[in-house]
Design a protein around this ligand. Structure first.
Ligand SMILES: Cc1ncc(COP(=O)(O)O)c(C=O)c1O
Length: 418
């Protein structure tokens, strides 16, 4: 922590107490009990506890990891117990193969593609790795990315640069570049004769910018190159229809905005790219159970189907609308705090998403600040990755969040930065 106006004693004393083992860090001490929470979208019609959040936790951190609803956990537990009654059931040959296909079917419907284009993975990173491996790059092949890519969508390309001589070209998309046309111009200028693919996030984990993927895909297709999308921060947060986006591959996580079990993910591979992208683990078949993929965590995979079915039952457009309205409310509440600068688009701009990031004053250590918010206020948000080059914090608003929570978070920030 650097010294300065915002490095106040209150804040330091909480951090010091925690370092001394007094507050949290390695226990759930601040939470006296686990309580349920009614989904804010359905509160008028449903009066039951749907989530397992600890008491008084304000959770604006779905982009890091999302919650499972009670029924999702129940579904997975039920399946897990059933599978353990005869363990070989999880191995296959006793129905596991067809059970796992349920999730592929639900996921394909949710993301708007055919079953034959949907694969189950364990994370976005796992999906991106599968794509990168399946593309089989050669020395000199060029990969186009932006400077806002998360490590989970980037490390696969770095691997091919390091060991196979592929070359990464990076397009800068600075904070504040909120215009789709300007973003596209930057990308257009970065293409080379040797560019084989563009790999880009649908929603930037740095500042929540929603990238114009349909336009980027169209551009890539017009040049005969692949468009690979890291959708970790989009599926479940906003409406995603991979056919409308027109990309060749789309990887996402089950355990973020889809609110599925941890260690689950989805990968879409468009029909017309399946000969070009041939991941080793799915070369034999896109079925979840196949010789290249090995045994999977079937109970969690089936929990993911339950989680997606829930989002479908609410309607993803309704979910997106709710998420954006809370995010915009937060924007309005934060915008006049002088010491911070919001780096996400203004409400109403087309590239908004349910993630909002702002820059803290230089003298505030964002990681310590976020830790303090949790320890002192039970408010969970995230410090942005240092690779993105700004001293940022990030808020995520999802279906279970309420206007009251957003107001609380803004109030806490205002108080702590006064
Ligand atoms: C844009 C982006 N890509 C990839 C990941 C990694 O996701 P996973 O842990 O599911 O691999 C994240 C995680 O925050 C992310 O924000």
């Amino acid at each position: 922590m650097k010294s300065g106006k915002y490095n106040r004693r209150k804040f330091l004393s909480t951090a010091a107490a925690s370092a001394a083992g007094g507050v949290f860090v390695n226990s759930t001490a601040p939470f006296s009990a686990v309580q349920g929470r009614t989904n804010s979208l359905l509160s008028s019609s449903e009066n039951k506890s749907e989530y397992l959040f600890a008491e008084n936790l304000t959770y604006l951190n779905t982009g890091t990891i999302g919650p499972c609803r009670r029924e999702t956990v129940r579904e997975s537990m039920k399946m897990w117990e059933e599978l353990e009654s005869f363990p070989v059931k999880s191995y296959g040959g006793w129905g596991a193969e067809s059970l796992a296909e349920k999730t592929r079917t639900v996921a394909a419907r949710f993301l708007g593609c055919d079953l034959s284009e949907m694969l189950i993975t364990s994370s976005t990173t796992n999906g991106m790795n599968a794509v990168a491996q399946g593309v089989r790059l050669k020395a000199g092949d060029r990969i186009l990315i932006t400077d806002q890519e998360h490590g989970g969508g980037l490390s696969c390309w770095k691997y091919y640069a390091k060991y196979y001589g592929a070359v990464i070209d990076t397009v800068a998309v600075p904070n504040g570049e909120n215009d789709a046309g300007a973003v596209l111009d930057r990308i257009k200028k970065a293409f080379t004769e040797k560019t084989r693919l563009i790999s880009v996030s649908h929603v930037f984990s740095s500042n929540g910018l929603r990238m114009p993927i349909a336009e980027i895909s169209a551009l890539a297709r017009s040049k005969g190159i692949l468009c690979i999308v890291d959708g970790a921060q989009a599926a479940g947060a906003i409406k995603v229809n991979v056919k409308e986006l027109g990309c060749h591959a789309y990887a996402t996580s089950g355990h973020k905005w889809l609110m599925g079990p941890k260690g689950t993910g989805l990968l879409y591979l468009s029909k017309d790219a399946q000969d070009v992208i041939r991941p080793m683990q799915f070369d034999e078949s896109y079925n979840t159970y196949n010789n290249g993929n090995g045994v999977v965590n079937l109970a969690c995979i089936l929990g993911l189907a339950k989680a997606i079915e829930y989002l479908e039952s609410v309607g993803i457009s309704k979910v997106e609308e709710h998420n954006l309205s809370l995010r915009n409310r937060l924007y309005e509440k934060l915008k006049d705090i002088k010491s911070i600068k919001i780096v996400s688009p203004q409400p109403g701009q087309p590239l908004v998403s349910p993630m909002l990031a702002c820059v803290l004053p230089d003298e505030v250590d964002r990681v310590a600040f976020v830790k303090m918010l949790f320890e002192k206020h039970k408010l969970s948000i995230r410090a942005t990755h240092k690779e993105f080059g700004f001293n940022g914090i990030r808020f995520c608003t999802h279906i279970f969040n309420t206007g009251k929570e957003v107001d609380f978070a803004a109030g806490v920030l205002r108080k702590e930065l006064a």
